[in-house]
Each structure stands twice: as structure tokens, then as C-alpha cells.
Design a protein around this ligand. Structure first.
Ligand code: AHR
Length: 645
């Protein structure tokens, strides 16, 4: 029997929260429905399941990297944000008003970073230091007993200005909670490093960073960094809790770097990969199409290492000569430099040390070449009103296949000049539309290109998908899974959102976070269950007696004897189901049930109630080769059956 799960409901009459068993709370008085019968011929295989069916799509949107997965705490660390106006960097005055902070466009630490902050301190003392403070993205999210790696590029107007004081400071008390000193700053640009260690402080975002002098002097600073510990301790790596959430999705691949972020609003604002590799000081940063500047701390090599960390295959999207404000490059000689740039990018990822760009990757710290599962040419090129994509795709296709004959290519719009290996299809729909279209791929041409559902989401919920969206996503994915001979990959978008005010540019999103914690939306759990509980083949099956709001898929593994049945009940009333297996002698033991359920489509998880809707595990009795069970209204279930031949 399933465990007796309870739900909290609010009684407006009593003004109190009541706890009811799930079976009672879901329309207990509704008349009994006839069961939906799912008949599975376990010994008849229709096709195999694509091993890359469930993956991730990512881009810089919603402060996904800066202020999110890329855990740099210093906001606007290179002072290159378009709206630099001392919002991020504030003058730290003392009673003598002895400091001036301004942007200096005449000096910077590298050819890429040609400007800096000039801090002129005219009066300062041990008791009243002066300098500058950084506010962070939404404060500095600090934790107790944690070591932060601090660094900055600096120069002074004298041979030895100092000491320079670095302090993480509480917004509530004004007191330092971690400090370090740089004894003296010379007159040439140089990087200085220190560690900042917190003690028994309160975990909170209410901290900031101060860089001060206790004597008069003039100082220039740039590329200021305070970095927390990262996932697998990667230098310049990724935020731990978010990486753990992503690992929980069992992703087979990562599609990067976009999305619109690949294209940019204008050609000159595209993702120029060559400007995102090498030392951070050599990365000029760039404006992103989502209304804020990108630090490019998470650049091409970091994307590849992200895949390595989570054992995901690389799906690299290369810029293909189209940017979103209807700017395009004509196929032919004008496009050649862009094609060459893509060839160089592939060489950077996959080349040996004897190649120009492979050697650059080795120099950047990653000797082993990566493998690219797919190269995607562009993004959403159906938006290009010049209709140049067919020609552009062919030019990239021919050049890439000539140099890398085995490299599989993805087209982002239908093309006729050549046959792409895979076509990227995007769907942002309502739950209603997804339920109505669960047979979308059933009749697809099996001889055409394979399909990559590179972006999809049920457009309900904000900032993250709500339970109604989760049901829409689940219904849609049953159709994807049943047709996983055609749909070889799928990825939800957008993946991440910073839930602080001003953090979101698009909703719904899959995973929400602030500086300290994160949570999965109900859709996050749907996607995680689809990827975790799956066989390697689709057996023949039918469903009878089901209404239009019941969707299902079945997969199996002959090697383990497991059969996974996924069912969505998209209405508020309970749905009896019968699972009837043939081609086996018995189901052994009770079945495992994993259930995701809520009382209303508007129910959801939030940063303050992150586990309101989570999967609940229990068992179900079986009889011979059959199982009978009633799903609650609004639910998604995975039933895992162990069978013997
Ligand atoms: O996922 C958000 C955006 O939607 C992507 O950047 C773009 O490819 C699509 O239009």
C-alpha cells in the first residue's frame, strides 16, 4: 500500500491548517471512474531509448552564472558593466570625507581590461580607514567557518602604498567578520591574493566587502574577486548546491552557451569564445542580450569542465552568423571568418597539443581533449527573416564535416541544402496545449533528421514552474519518451533563476536560488524522475479507458527485468489504473511507487518553502502480472516493476 501521505490545506472558516489524507483530500466524493488499463507486451520491443534523452540547456539569463552558478561574490568586478555608476562600488568615507572613487578609463591591468577604479584617499587612519565597498549581487552570501579566496589587481601612485585592508563586513553590525592585509602595493599593475576566513558567523546575505587604506595615497584596482569554495574544488569553478541539484537530474548532456546568449542582440555582442578563455585578466567581458553584462568568468573551458564534473556529453553551439536584432552575415566569403572561428572552437575543445587551439587549451590548464557529442549551428535561426540559414548552415556543415567527418551536427531550423543529423525543436506552451499534443511525435517521419527538443517548458508559474506546469511537462515527456527513437535529446529552458528582485528575465524556470540556498520546482522533480527511472527500450503497449488528461509511457530493461510505467493524471479527480503485463511469468515483489502530487495546479515550491512538493516513495501490491491502483487527482507517478520471464 502507498504510505498515507498528508497535505496541509488552509480552512478559511476555521482559520487553521488541517491535515487530511491525500486519498480523502482529492475529491473524495467524486463518483468512481472506470480504470485506465495500460497493457504492456514486455517481450515485444518497439525501439530502444536514446541514451542521451535527458540533458540540460544553459545560458547566461536570470543571473544564471554571475550571481548564480559562477559564485564570484564581487559584483561588477571589472567595473565594465554598462551602467557603472557606483551602485556596485561605493565610496567608503570617514569623518574627514577623505576618499574619492571614480572610474579611470586610462589605465587597466591588461589589453582586455583597459580601465579601472581609481581610489584617492586624502585622509585616513587606523581608526577611520577610507576606500571603497562592494555591495555584491544581492549582498555577500557568507557562511560560517568558510575560507574565501580573495584577489585583486592593483597599482599605486607610489612604490609601496599600504597596507591594503580587505574585510568582509556585516551589514547589521558594521563589524568585520573576516579580514586580510596586503602589506604594500607597488606602482605597476600586479595581482595580489589573500584568504578571508569566517568564524562562527550567521549564514546570511547581509554582508559586504571593504577595501581600505589607513594612510593617504592613490590606488587603482581591477578584477577584484572573492570566491567561495566550489564544487569538486575547481579553481574558478561552480557553486556547490546548484551543481548538486543539477547532478540530481542525471543529465546526459549539456547544451551551451545558448540560447540567445550565443547570438547576442548584435553581431558584435555574440558569444566570442576566444574572449572567454585564458586568464580572467585577458577576458574583456561582454554585454549579454538579457540586459546585464557578462563577466565571462564562466567561459568556454569552464563549460567543458562543467560537463566533465557531471559526466555529461558536450553539445556545443557555435555562432552561425545571425544575431537577434535581425543582423546576419550572408553565406559566402563574408561568412568564412565565422566558419573558421567555429573550426577553431572545435579544435580548442577536441584538438591535441600539436594543434594551435588544442595547445591553447593545454596552456589554459586542460591537457586532455574533450569529445563533442554534437555541434549545434546557431540558435533558433527560424527567426532570421533574411532566410539565409539554409546557406549558412550548409557552409558550416561542409567545412566542419570536411575537417571532422564524424562530427554530428544539429540544425536549428529546417534546411533543404543538406540533411542535418539532428534538428533542434523548441516548445514553450501551456499545460493544456501539452496535454492536447502528447501524440506530437507518434507519426513523425522515421527517415528524417532526429529531433533534439533543445528548449521546452510549460509556461506556468513564476519565478519557477508550478505544479500545473509540472503536470504539463510530465505529459509532454511521456510523448517524448514513447518516441525516443526520433527524439534523441531533450532539455528544459531556462534552467536557473536568481529569485531576488531584478534577478529574473524569463519565467518559469526550473531551479530557483538566492545567494545561500536553492530549490527545485515541481517540474525539476518531474524531469529528475524521468531521467532516473528509465529502461533502455520501449515495449509495445496500449492504454484504454483513459480520458484526455491521462498520459503515460513505458520503458523496460531486459537485462534487469525492470519495467517503468510513468502516468500523469491531469485532473482533480482520482484516476484508477490497471497495469497488465504480458510476455513475462510474474511481477516479483511489491512494485515501487514514486508519487508527485499537489492539491492545486497553482501549488508550488519556493525559496522559503522549498520542499512543499517533493516525490514520495512507497510500495504497491501486485497480483501475478497485474497491478491495480488509484492515482490521486493532479498527480504524476512512476511505478517500477521487477519482472521475471
Ligand atoms: O530560454 C529562453 C530563450 O528562449 C532562449 O534564449 C531562446 O533560445 C529562446 O527563444
Amino acid at each position: 500500500m502507498p504510505s498515507l501521505k498528508t497535505h496541509r490545506i488552509f480552512s478559511p472558516i476555521l482559520g487553521i491548517a488541517l491535515a487530511l489524507p491525500a486519498s480523502l483530500s482529492s475529491f473524495a466524493q467524486a463518483p468512481a471512474k472506470a480504470p485506465a488499463v495500460i497493457a504492456v507486451q514486455v517481450d515485444k520491443t518497439e525501439h530502444s531509448v536514446s541514451p542521451t534523452l535527458y540533458g540540460l540547456m544553459t545560458e547566461e539569463i536570470n543571473f544564471s552564472y554571475d550571481g548564480g552558478l559562477y559564485p564570484e561574490l564581487v559584483k561588477n568586478r571589472t567595473m565594465r558593466d554598462r551602467d557603472w555608476n557606483q551602485q556596485d562600488w561605493l565610496t567608503l568615507q570617514n569623518s574627514a570625507a577623505g576618499a574619492k572613487v571614480e572610474k579611470d578609463k586610462t589605465t587597466g591591468p591588461s589589453a582586455a581590461l583597459t580601465d579601472s577604479i581609481k581610489i584617492t584617499v586624502t585622509a585616513a587612519s587606523e581608526a577611520e580607514p577610507a576606500g571603497v565597498r562592494n555591495q555584491g549581487y544581492w549582498g555577500y552570501p557568507l557562511k560560517p567557518d568558510t575560507t574565501y579566496a580573495a584577489s585583486l589587481y592593483a597599482k599605486s601612485d607610489s612604490g609601496s602604498l599600504g597596507p591594503l585592508h580587505l574585510n568582509l563586513v556585516s551589514n547589521k553590525t558594521g563589524k568585520s567578520v573576516a579580514s586580510a592585509e596586503i602589506p604594500s602595493i607597488g606602482s605597476d599593475w600586479k595581482q595580489y591574493s589573500a584568504t578571508l576566513k569566517t568564524g562562527k558567523i550567521e549564514a546570511s546575505e547581509a554582508y559586504h566587502y571593504e577595501i581600505t587604506l589607513t594612510k593617504p595615497g592613490t590606488l587603482w584596482i581591477d578584477l577584484v574577486s572573492v570566491f567561495p569554495p566550489t564544487y569538486k574544488n575547481r579553481v574558478n569553478g561552480r557553486r556547490v548546491d546548484l551543481m548538486e541539484k543539477l547532478a540530481g537530474m542525471h543529465p546526459a548532456f549539456l547544451r551551451f552557451p545558448g540560447g540567445n546568449y550565443l547570438e547576442g542582440d548584435h553581431i558584435d555582442e555574440r558569444f566570442k569564445w576566444k574572449e572567454t578563455v585564458g586568464p580572467l585578466v585577458d577576458r574583456p567581458t561582454h554585454p549579454s542580450p538579457w540586459g546585464y553584462h557578462s563577466s565571462d568568468g564562466l567561459g568556454l573551458l569552464e563549460f567543458l569542465e562543467w560537463c566533465e564534473d557531471l559526466n555529461m556529453q558536450n553539445v556545443l553551439a557555435v555562432y552561425a552568423g545571425y544575431s537577434m536584432k535581425q543582423e546576419h552575415v550572408e553565406p559566402g566569403p563574408a561568412l568564412d571568418p565565422y566558419v573558421q572561428d567555429a573550426l577553431d572552437e572545435i579544435e580548442y575543445a577536441t584538438g591535441g597539443p600539436d594543434t594551435k587551439w588544442g595547445a591553447q587549451r593545454v596552456k589554459d590548464g586542460h591537457p586532455a581533449p574533450f569529445k563533442l557529442a554534437y555541434v549545434e549551428v546557431g540558435n533558433e535561426d527560424w527567426f532570421d527573416q533574411s532566410k539565409s540559414y539554409d546557406g549558412r548552415f550548409k557552409q558550416f556543415h561542409d567545412a566542419i564535416k570536411a575537417k571532422y567527418p564524424d562530427q554530428k551536427l544539429i540544425a536549428t531550423a529546417p534546411v533543404t541544402s543538406v540533411k542535418p543529423d539532428v534538428l533542434d525543436d523548441h516548445f514553450y506552451l501551456s499545460a493544456e496545449n501539452y496535454f492536447n499534443d502528447v501524440h506530437h511525435y507518434d507519426k513523425f517521419d522515421r527517415n528524417g533528421p532526429k529531433i533534439f527538443m533543445g528548449e521546452y517548458a510549460t509556461m506556468e508559474g513564476s519565478p519557477t514552474a508550478d505544479f500545473g506546469a509540472a503536470l504539463g511537462d510530465a505529459a509532454w515527456l511521456t510523448g517524448v519518451e514513447r518516441n525516443s527513437d526520433v527524439v534523441v535529446m531533450s532539455s528544459y529552458a531556462p534552467l536557473l533563476v536568481n529569485v531576488h528582485n531584478g534577478g529574473m528575465q524569463w519565467h518559469p524556470d526550473l531551479i530557483g536560488y538566492d545567494g545561500l540556498s536553492s530549490y527545485g520546482s515541481p517540474s525539476y522533480y518531474v524531469l529528475s524522475l524521468f531521467a532516473a527511472k528509465i529502461g533502455d527500450a520501449v515495449p509495445a503497449s496500449t492504454i484504454t479507458g483513459a480520458g484526455t488528461r491521462v498520459a503515460y509511457s513505458v520503458t523496460k530493461s531486459d537485462a534487469t527485468g525492470k519495467v517503468f510505467v510513468k502516468v500523469v493524471n491531469g485532473v482533480p479527480t482520482p484516476q484508477p489504473i490497471e497495469i497488465d503485463l504480458s510476455g513475462i511469468s510474474a511481477i516479483t515483489g511489491p512494485a515501487k511507487l514514486t508519487q508527485l502530487h499537489a492539491l492545486s495546479p497553482n501549488d508550488t515550491n519556493t525559496i522559503t518553502e522549498p520542499k512543499h512538493i517533493v516525490p514520495v516513495d512507497s510500495t504497491l501490491p501486485v497480483t501475478g502480472t497485474k497491478l491495480k491502483h488509484t492515482m490521486p487527482g493532479y498527480s504524476f507517478e512512476v511505478i517500477e516493476l521487477d519482472t521475471k520471464k
